[in-house]
Design a protein around this ligand. Structure first.
Ligand code: BES
Ligand code: MN
Ligand code: ZN
Length: 502
């Protein structure tokens, strides 16, 4: 967690780094002018030497600046000030936190007189701090030999010249960032550390104190409920499965219609008997990314006391090959009663999710249900790591997701889905059971979604978000290092804030 301070003036920078803003065209903010004066023209010369014109995201750094207590000054370009929005400042905050994380324990950004922006100064300052907070996360738990200069040290971001109106916004966004950090931590943990039982314990420890109620179904209870699809996946693992339900009700009405989010929580996916190739198999620790995102969203919503009733249901299993593992060709009976021919044991996510859908719908009677899942490699072929694929039976739910995704930069792109019985749906017809768990290679993400749709009850608006690519990125960005992105946490929070909150 990053400490976010409201400083009285830029003098509060002390020995730390000072960030000042310059718009495209070189118009100096008050902070930049002060640096220019203190250094008798040093800033202007540095900007000229760097051929810096104030373009968005461009930085100029002056180390040990003349006439100032600060260790360094960073001039940050905001581009055309009239177009500078929350996203622009969020990205700048993230970029600076990434740059300074190992160099400074604190930096101060001066928002005094930075020109007429495309957004209020309160929003700009709050989102700048939020971007830094989001970016300032790492998991160094297992590095025991880090040298001092390799250790992260950034702790505090100070805002000078930010209006008091930014304070409640900062407070709200801090809760969201905490949820993103929680998701990243869960998701980046290896499979020997985070497995079904330990996932549950981590959620309990982090969420119960926030007022989230935690319900856990163990193997025996799942058996009694007839969760044959989920249990079929789990049966090859020495780790027993869990179904985890997290509930936050900030409405004051216990009977409020819940908004349900289901998460795929395969804590490690070896493929089972349809074993994956060895190269890259370690990436399958990310296969609980949907459950991680949903749990992170819970932390954000409960943390900021959202006036909504939200239920997260995580299907937690490990998919392993074993003498007891399910075989290709096995037929399992799902909790819904529908039977499934398991052609490929590596198409396990849908088997886990379908029983979660049935349990969630029977238990909570939602009108809207989302699921987040690292479901198919095919969605990475389609969209790379930049967008998540959305499959929905509702145009209006899709539109809400699209808008929320744009607002928080968790990008989503709609994918096609057939009506029940339509051409894509026919691709999972089985010769022996009600359906099979894979189609052909073609359209692999779509047939996975068609499978899930068969478990959505009439009248429920549903969207499946395939985050196999988005959960993890091979390269760092403004708001995350390479690795876990926390994708989905902000999307869910924003969607709830915009549409499912009183
Ligand atoms: N967890 C994988 C999907 C995945 C692949 C996520 C790569 C992230 C990166 C899923 O369980 C899976 O194995 N899907 C198969 C489906 C196939 C057997 C129909 C896939 O995508 O290859
Ligand atoms: Mn798999
Ligand atoms: Zn999987």
């Amino acid at each position: 967690m990053t400490r976010i301070e409201f400083a009285a003036s830029r003098e509060a920078v002390g020995p730390d780094a000072l960030v000042v803003f310059v718009g495209e065209g070189g118009q100096l903010s008050a902070g930049a002018r002060a640096v220019e004066e203190a250094g008798q023209g040093q800033l202007g010369r540095a900007m000229k030497t760097a051929r810096f014109t104030g373009k968005k995201g461009k930085l100029v750094e002056i180390l040990a600046p003349a006439g100032l207590s600060a260790s360094r000054v960073i001039v940050a370009g905001v581009g055309d000030p009239a177009k500078a929005d929350a996203r622009c400042f969020e990205d700048l905050g993230g970029q600076l936190a990434g740059k300074l994380e190992k160099l400074e324990s604190r930096f101060l950004a001066d928002f005094t007189d930075i020109g007429d922006l495309g957004v209020g100064l309160d929003v700009a300052a709050a989102h700048f701090a939020h971007g830094a907070d989001l970016r300032n996360w790492r998991n160094d738990t297992y590095r025991t030999r880090l040298k001092d200069e390799q250790k992260a040290k950034l702790e505090t971001v100070a805002l000078a010249g930010a209006p008091a109106a930014a304070k409640p916004l900062v407070a709200r966004l801090e809760k969201v960032a905490a949820g993103v950090a929680f998701a990243k931590t869960l998701i980046s943990e290896p499979g020997n550390i985070v497995y079904p039982e330990s996932f549950v314990e981590r959620c309990r420890a982090a969420l119960e104190p926030l007022g989230v109620s935690v319900t856990v179904l163990d193997e025996g209870e799942l058996k009694a409920l007839g969760a044959g699809a989920l249990l079929g996946v789990a049966q090859g693992s020495a780790r027993p499965p869990r179904l985890l339900a997290l509930e936050w009700n900030g409405t004051g009405n216990p009977g409020a219609t819940p908004f349900v989010v289901v998460g795929k929580g395969v804590t490690f996916d070896s493929g089972g008997i349809s074993l994956k190739p060895g190269a890259g198999m370690e990436d399958m620790k990310w296969d609980m990314g949907g459950a991680g995102a949903a749990a992170g969203a819970m932390m954000a919503l409960a943390g900021r006391q959202a006036k909504a009733r939200v239920v997260v249901v995580c299907g937690l299993v490990e998919n392993m090959p074993d003498g007891k593992a399910q075989r290709p060709g096995d037929v399992v009976t799902s909790m819904s009663g529908q039977t499934i021919e398991v052609i490929n044991t590596d198409a396990e996510g849908r088997l886990v999710l379908c029983d979660c859908f049935t349990w969630a719908q029977r238990t909570y009677k939602p009108k809207v249900m989302l699921d987040f899942a690292t479901l198919t490699g095919a969605i990475i072929v389609s969209l790379a790591h930049h967008y998540a694929g959305v499959f929905s039976n509702s145009d209006s739910l899709w539109e809400k997701l699209d808008a929320a995704g744009k607002a928080v930069d968790d990008k989503v792109w709609r994918q096609p889905l057939s009506e029940p019985g339509g051409h894509y749906d026919q691709m999972i017809e089985s010769a022996i059971a009600d359906m099979k768990n894979v189609g052909s290679r073609e359209g692999g993400s779509i047939t996975a979604a068609q499978f899930l749709q068969r478990f959505v009850e009439p009248g429920v608006e549903w969207a499946h978000i395939d985050i196999a690519g988005a959960v993890w990125r091979p390269k760092g960005g403004a708001l995350h290092d390479k690795g876990a992105t926390g994708f989905g946490v902000r999307l869910i929070d924003q969607l709830v804030a915009a549409h499912f909150e009183d």
